[in-house]
Design a protein around this ligand. Structure first.
Ligand code: SAM
Length: 279
């Protein structure tokens, strides 16, 4: 027992929260598991936590029981609000609920630094938000860490190393400015209803500054071009980036016959710098 509130199965029954596909709802009902996910985010006692998609509140309760200073929870499905209000009453002054779509709401005015983000979100919304959180106008971003549930295959793409099939744009975008690791693997049966695939929790910690200097737009553009045709040699896939791309690649220390998936993050950044200087 992590708190005195009713078990989640009872909450779901009482408020008739039958999972809806349209909201991407696969709930975590095991409060020991949600507390474990909360612990993966590290010490929360001096931190505000932004939680997206609390649903019936399993992870929310985990975060509060683990001592989060404050949880700001944004939920799109209004059916979940009464259950969330009960949690807010049990933890006076520590849970603020916003009813709305996380893709439209700006939570920053309700949060005090330091902020950690923790969420179990539908796959498409999660990836969209991850990209936004990783590409703010200024670095460092508002968050210290992101602890997010993904389909296992997406989690593997986030932490992938060069030379693997999963290595691509997502790995480079995240690893350029953050440390990322998989902290928990979950089988479909951990959720109600069970999804078709396995899931994993990824913990991402921001770096104070990008690992290697590069202009974010040029880096994103060249990495996208390289991986859009990942089987081709770079001298072919990057032809559109510069009139003498072979010379640019060599100057960046990259073999023109190499393929995108062999190239380390440091070399991508050096390529972005050479391209910028040669523009
Ligand atoms: N966090 C809960 C848990 O772990 O049991 C629920 C997880 S369920 C996979 C995803 C939750 O995100 C649902 O409650 C759903 O209604 C909510 N959701 C879906 N799209 C959303 C959006 N765009 N903004 C905010 N919440 C969203």
């Amino acid at each position: 027992m992590i708190d005195d509130l009713p078990p989640l199965r009872d909450v779901i029954r009482a408020y008739e929260l039958r999972a809806k596909k349209s909201f991407g709802q696969n709930f975590l009902l095991d409060l020991n598991l949600t507390a474990r996910i909360a612990r993966a985010a590290g010490d929360l006692t001096k931190t505000d936590v932004l939680e997206i998609g609390p649903g019936p509140g399993g992870l929310t309760r985990g975060l509060l029981a683990e001592g989060a200073r404050k949880v700001l929870a944004i939920e799109k499905d209004v059916r979940c609000l009464p259950a969330l209000k009960e949690i807010a009453t049990a933890y006076p002054g520590r849970l603020q609920i916003i009813s709305g779509d996380a893709l439209d709401v700006d939570p920053l005015e309700h949060l005090t630094s330091p902020v950690k983000v923790v969420a179990n979100l539908p796959y498409n919304v999660g990836t969209e938000l991850l990209i936004r959180w990783m590409t703010p106008t200024n670095w460092p971003p508002f968050w210290e860490s992101l602890t997010l549930m993904f389909q296992r295959e997406v989690a593997e793409r986030i932490v992938a190393r060069p030379g693997s099939k999963a290595y691509g744009r997502l790995a480079i975008m995240v690893q350029w400015r953050a440390d990322a690791r998989i902290v928990l693997n979950l089988p479909p049966e951990a959720f109600t209803p069970p999804p078709k695939v396995s899931s994993a929790v990824v913990h991402i910690t921001r770096l104070p500054a990008p690992r290697y200097p590069a202009d974010p737009r040029i880096l994103e553009r060249v990495v996208a071009a390289g991986f859009n045709q990942r089987r081709k040699m770079l001298r072919a896939s990057l032809r559109g980036q510069h009139s003498n791309i072979e010379a640019v690649l060599e100057k960046a220390g990259i073999r023109p016959t190499a393929r995108a998936e062999e190239i380390e993050l440091e070399a991508w950044c050096s390529l972005a710098r050479v391209l910028q200087a040669a523009a």
